[in-house]
Design a protein around this ligand. Sequence first.
Ligand code: NAD
Length: 493
Amino acid sequence: MQCLNYIDGRWVPARSGAVMESRNPADWRELVATAPQSDAADVDAAVAAARRAYRSWRLVPAPVRAESVRRIGELLLERKAELAQLMTREMGKPLEETRGDVQEGIDCAFYYAGEGRRLFGQTTPSELGNKFAMTVRVPIGVCGLITPWNFPIAIPCWKSLPALVCGNAIAFKPARDTPACATLLTQIFEAAGLPAGVVNLVHGTGEAVGRALAEHPGIDLISLTGSSQTGAEVGATCGRTHKRVCLEMGGKNAQIVMEDADLDLALEGALWGAFGTTGQRCTATSRLILHRDIKAEFVSKLIELTGNLRLGSGLDPQTDVGPLINQAQRDRVIRYLDIARDEGAKLAIGGEVAREDDLQYGCFFQPTILDGVTPDMRVAREEIFGPVVSAIAVDSFDRAIQVLNDTPYGLSSSVYTRDVNRAFQAMRDLEAGITYINGPTIGAEVHLPFGGVKQTGNGHREAGSAALDVFSDWKTVYVDFSGQLQRAQIDNR
Ligand code: NAD
């Protein structure tokens, strides 16, 4: 597939003519797509087109804008199987998961299509007579959307669909590793009848295109999902250039299992949370905080279940765990395994690059459990973003909560217990944007707010009605129908 940028309603190459490749991480021999390797000149063109389109798009009634969003949902549904196939080839996760990724985009479209007829503001009494007071939502302007490769349809939909319903124009920079998915999604935006310039797609690297978007004076808002390191840089740039910025960043999510838990349920949750999407979800379980009374039994059963997981191409229905996204990410996992060994963690299972048969052609790594991990070790504190989970023993529930909270991140958290008092204490005391009781750390639903605290986020939420607060501004309107000057903020009682 030959991908192009989409600027002002036309499919165009990078102005420089430079091209980059997207290869199948399960088999590098397969070239999935080529895409423009754009730079600041392409960003300039995209932002100029978006600024022009914004002038009229913001005046289209929200219920009419929402009809385009509904159409996007219908087209995603029609092309779901094709999109899922392409996504599995481009970023590796099994078909069941890539179908789920597309379904999230569909759910998101239908949810925000409904918002077109809500976008509620408030009316409230004025303190003065013959005066009316209300709030209305207004769009922000041109939004730069910078997205990762791990949910290449869902995350761009989480950002673009509420942005469109709210009346914004968009410059979209997808991850360097998933240009083909972004191209199909943008084709769908085009087919849904969005006016030229309302959505613009610029392929390329973070260093060139992402930075240029964050710096660009024609951009009013940046919404980024990526690592905390990238978020820190983009946040600083946006602060300096006076942009709004919504950051969804890294995680170091943990599952607590208490001695009173349903262990089989907790095991299933741990296996899925740690190794689903090859551990490459921002909400993946990377720490298991286990009560000492059940720890040995839990780890030994988890080793057994992990040993049965089948690695392979996500196109094979037998596959449980697909590849890592690229060589750099596999090198990072290898580095963390070295760190774990140096720090004294015990390798319970896995720990090696998987090279058997056809796996040698892809970025595979064995699902790995580290035992005897202590909360101060780097593997217990830093995001690895791979199929590696660390088991940490604790003696009490209070200590479990303390250990879970003892990281710079705060995205997802989970507790398995049958004790309702502990469940409510966890809901109150865990420092995370998301808490699951008796469920794994992964599994967001689009109508609920998504995001984290501490170094995971900067105070915003994606999805649900919370996303409307990112992509619209409040305007407060006073209508004085008294026909005379009425002075507020004066002590006239
Ligand atoms: P990344 O930070 O490397 O890249 C994310 C996006 O930012 C990409 O489009 C990239 O090109 C761009 N980018 C990179 N450097 C940039 C820069 N200096 N300026 C502007 N843009 C730049 O992350 P990734 O490897 O694509 O994704 C994995 C990370 O994303 C993990 O840390 C994961 O936890 C996080 N993530 C978070 C969430 C969440 O909702 N909190 C969801 C998915 C992934």
